[in-house]
Design a protein around this ligand. Structure first.
Ligand SMILES: [Mn+2]
Length: 399
């Protein structure tokens, strides 16, 4: 039986006469209610079932629902990741900024795209990927006002590279900010927060687009999507297959090198199509087999020589797809996990355009991007691919 507690950081402002006022510091909301509400919240320092709450008769069911909706009352099992809030607003949002309260009160257009960052690299071997969301947003700083609906509907946009006109009235892009991650917090805490946010976004009819973070974060987004989609195909751009089995996996711990194996074993994805693989490593029969059904791959040199139409002809077009992009798939850039060779920027752009035009894309992520430095165009490339996903649904005409 699920048990609930009051959020431990509530501030009781007044309890005057028949009224009480309580503030929630992490979501910056305030409620005014009867003294029954105060009494309920104070008694909920001990975990209680919903039935018990009703039996106390301190307030009615709809008030209890509202308190739950705004996190005045939370599931005891979710307290570990909700106690300190779970979203952080960002300096240069991509599109219209939206808070958790905004999502909860449906202040967004269904069928939009909702972006959020996960600035963590604890699933990886090298630090740096925690800088990804900030460096990607920073790269898009000049474009972002074109996507924002805060003051007026955005005007039309011309994308010269794709030779397309994008209709401003068709663009619904939201930036939820970053999933909170404090140094020292575990991946499990990040998982809880990510699923909470992604599940909300998806249930509002929006597509999640995620700025990583190391590659482990993909597993959490897929877990949230799987609540809504029974059979998801993963399309992965990566130098590595991320099916690595090691001791950590036997303890079922997730990291950036086993994310695909984890998602397959968990049942979150029905298939994975991997593009750009090019490592040389010991062959083990126990590894997941690339048998062409659940798991299939195209090497980097093969993919570079193929047209998008031919590359993706083998994919089932009735299935929804999630796109994950590890920057080490690219040729000629300095990533922390370089393998010689790789795909060109224009090949990736062609593939992204084709996938978004011809398949049902239900979301995507861009991972292992580090901090910006003068010689590193990775955030710029990732930004262009993200815009390709967003623009594809708002094309007015070619030009
Ligand atoms: Mn990877």
């Amino acid at each position: 039986m699920e048990k609930f507690v009051a959020h431990p950081h509530l501030e009781f402002l007044i309890g005057e006469g028949q009224e009480c006022k309580v503030r929630h510091p992490f979501f910056d909301t305030e409620i005014t209610g009867s003294m029954g509400v105060c009494q309920l919240l104070k008694r909920l320092s001990a975990a209680t079932t919903k039935q018990e709450m009703r039996e106390w008769r301190l307030c009615n069911d709809s008030t209890i629902s509202e308190l739950l909706r705004w996190f005045y009352i939370v599931l005891e099992s979710e307290l570990s990741f909700l106690e300190h809030g779970f979203l952080r607003a960002v300096g240069c949002p991509i599109g219209t900024p939206v808070t958790w309260a905004g999502l909860t009160s449906r202040k967004i257009c269904p069928a939009g795209d909702a972006i959020f960052g996960i600035p963590t690299d604890i699933g990886g071997e090298f630090p740096g990927a925690r800088e990804g969301p900030a460096s990607i947003r920073n790269t898009l700083r000049d474009y972002a006002p074109m996507l924002c609906r805060k003051h007026a509907e955005p005007g039309d946009i011309i994308d010269y590279e794709s030779r397309r006109i994008i209709g401003g009235s068709k663009l619904h892009v939201y930036d939820c900010g970053d999933v909170l991650w404090n140094a020292g917090e575990s991946l499990e805490i990040v998982r809880g927060r990510t699923i909470k946010l992604a599940d909300k976004i998806i249930s509002l009819g929006c597509r999640p687009f995620v700025l990583g973070g190391d590659h482990s974060i993909t597993a959490f987004v897929l877990e949230a999507l799987h609540i809504h989609y029974p059979s998801i195909g993963l399309i992965q751009f990566d130098a590595h297959h991320d099916l690595y089995a090691n001791q950590a996996v036997q303890r079922r711990r997730l990291d950036h090198g086993n994310m695909v194996r984890f998602a397959l074993e968990q049942g979150a994805i029905a298939s994975a199509f991997q593009i750009g693989l090019r490592t040389i490593e010991p062959f083990t029969q126990s590894d997941c087999q690339h048998d062409g059904s659940r798991l299939d791959f195209v090497s980097a040199s093969q993919a570079e020589g193929l047209q998008a139409e031919d590359l993706f002809s083998r994919l089932d077009r009735t299935r929804p797809y999630y796109l994950t992009f590890d920057v080490d798939v690219l040729n000629g850039f300095n990533t922390r996990t370089n393998v010689v060779g790789g795909l060109s920027y224009y090949k990736c752009l062609e593939f992204y355009r084709y996938l978004n035009d011809h398949f049902e894309v239900i979301g995507g992520d861009f991972v292992e991007v580090g901090a910006v430095d003068a010689s590193n165009y990775l955030p710029d490339i990732v930004s262009r691919l993200l815009l390709t996903c967003i623009f594809s649904r708002a094309v007015v005409r070619d030009c």
